[in-house]
Design a protein around this ligand. Structure first.
Ligand SMILES: Nc1ncnc2c1ncn2[C@@H]1O[C@H](COP(=O)(O)OP(=O)(O)OP(=O)(O)O)[C@@H](O)[C@H]1O
Ligand SMILES: [Mg+2]
Length: 207
């Protein structure tokens, strides 16, 4: 068991958004969190990452669940990602949460970043400036970064929103492959039909 939630509620300013959830995530699961706009999917994800506290109930995390081993791709709007950094630097920065003795990147981390760029078919973007990429290219770069960060758990909030449907279907299949072949646990928020096909569990939030 990675995470177990009991009677879990989240909200803002005393107003409940997610109410009384009971569910658990086992190592190797692919959990899809679905539900209409405003049903609290992003709120729940932030709670699972301990970025916000529950209003009620509790979450039990196993000792395997360490924040530094989690890759997180938040649901973001483009302007926030408008910083002047290179693609490779951003992908490599996925390694920052890991414990290391020296304050610079090791060769192994650089090779891993190159490997993730290849896996996502964007090695040609390696030397580009992030803010000059298209929205879809930026999402893939950010996914490559979260893949560098994730050792056991990948948490993705609408990772491919706004991408071409054929491309996003291909990326969902890639996530499914990573989950099945490496045992990486995936918790993903998505509205898309092709996302449901890769999940092993679905949590549907009601408004
Ligand atoms: N920081 C915040 N402060 C106050 N209210 C918030 C905050 N973040 C979210 N909310 C409210 O909580 C509710 C759930 O928001 P949340 O972003 O979790 O929904 P969601 O299911 O992810 O929606 P979407 O599908 O649009 O991404 C909404 O009514 C929203 O207005
Ligand atoms: Mg959301």
């Amino acid at each position: 068991m990675l995470v177990a939630c009991q009677n879990l509620s989240f909200g803002y300013d005393g107003h409940i958004v997610v109410n009384g959830l009971n569910f658990s995530v086992q190592a190797g699961d692919f959990l899809l969190i679905a539900g209409e706009n405003g049903s609290g999917k992003s709120t729940l994800v932030k709670g699972l990452l301990r970025l916000i506290n529950p209003m009620e109930g509790k979450i039990n995390f196993s000792s395997d669940f360490e924040q530094s081993r989690t890759g997180y791709l938040s649901q973001q709007t483009a302007p926030k990602q408008d910083f002047p950094a290179g693609v490779f630097e951003i992908v490599l920065s996925g390694n920052l949460g890991k414990k290391r003795l020296l304050p610079f990147y090791r060769q192994a981390e650089k090779r891993m970043a190159e490997g993730k760029l290849r896996l996502l078919g964007i090695e040609n973007l390696q030397h580009k400036c992030f803010r000059e990429l298209s929205g879809g290219q930026q999402r893939r770069v950010l996914l490559a970064r979260s893949l560098c960060a994730a050792e056991k758990l990948l948490v993705l909030d609408e990772p491919f929103a706004g991408l071409d449907p054929l491309i996003s279907a291909e990326l969902y299949r890639l996530l499914e492959k990573i989950n099945r072949e490496t045992g990486m646990t995936v918790i993903m928020v998505s509205h898309e039909i092709s996302a449901a096909a890769c999940a092993t569990k679905v949590l549907h939030l009601q408004k």
